[in-house]
Design a protein around this ligand. Structure first.
Ligand SMILES: *Cc1c(COP(=O)(O)O)cnc(C)c1O
Length: 231
């Protein structure tokens, strides 16, 4: 378990360094530990070291881990995977956050299925910033319309935007794509939406994301190691 803790500390150090480099306060960037495919025991270990926010990609895996770790009731569960209609209930019952809303229908189901004793689900709209046809996310020009619809749902709280940029080591390309998200957030804020979250940055690009103003980085392999099956 020393290894996983060392990895967590290394990632936190990368976040601190990236913030310092651009004059940002490291406390303004939340670290989401992406635990998909890794056992509940790993989550438990990181919990002992103070980590509270965990990200999962599969609805059933999220539900299973929530059940196993039910006694750790201050874990903040984030759902960050593609979400199908037939899986929304599992997510509505277990996640505090959903980062991958790209269709109104899914948002509507989450709101309807959210147990009323729980607070509203925090929502990020996923935006396709690279324009790649294989990528999930709403097109940038459709974000405003989707935000307007989602913001009206009673059991959801629209918090921000999320993206997965093109897989690239070219920091110029990354910066351009992160900027799309930054500008969309500013446009929504100008229209009165109280957004505070830019979910961007993963193991390989968190420095570029932080330079671009990310408030939440989603880090899997840099903490847990290589995944043996992929998302
Ligand atoms: C798996 C995943 C991550 C973590 O990716 P790493 O490269 O392992 O850090 C982040 N965001 C999303 C949406 C993911 O599916």
């Amino acid at each position: 378990m020393a290894t996983i803790f060392t990895a967590l500390q290394d990632v936190q150090a990368r976040i601190d360094t990236a913030c310092t480099a651009v004059g940002r306060n490291p406390a303004a960037v939340k670290l989401l530990a992406v635990s998909k495919t890794f056992p509940a025991a790993d989550i438990q270990a990181l919990y002992q070291f103070g980590q509270r926010a965990f990200g999962e990609n599969y609805a059933q895996e999220l539900a299973n881990k929530c059940q196993i770790l039910a006694e750790y009731n201050d874990i903040e569960w984030h759902f960050i995977g593609p979400l199908q209609s037939n899986k929304t209930r599992l997510v509505a019952e277990n996640a505090a956050w959903v980062h991958t809303i790209e269709r109104f229908k899914i948002a509507e189901r989450l709101s309807a299925q959210r147990p009323t004793h729980l607070p509203p689900i925090n929502i990020c709209l996923q935006v396709n910033v690279s324009g790649e046809t294989t990528k999930s996310g709403v097109a940038p020009e459709q974000v405003l319309a989707l935000a307007e619809q989602v913001a009206k749902l009673p059991q959801l709280c629209l918090r921000g935007l999320m993206c997965i940029p093109e897989s690239s080591h070219d920091s110029e390309i990354l910066a351009q794509q992160f900027l799309v998200l930054v500008q969309l957030k500013a446009q929504l804020q100008a229209r009165g939406y109280a957004l505070d979250t830019l979910s961007m940055g993963m193991s390989n690009d968190l420095e570029s994301a932080i330079a671009a103003d990310s408030t939440l980085v989603r880090v899997g392999s840099a903490i847990f190691g290589q995944r043996h099956y992929s998302s």
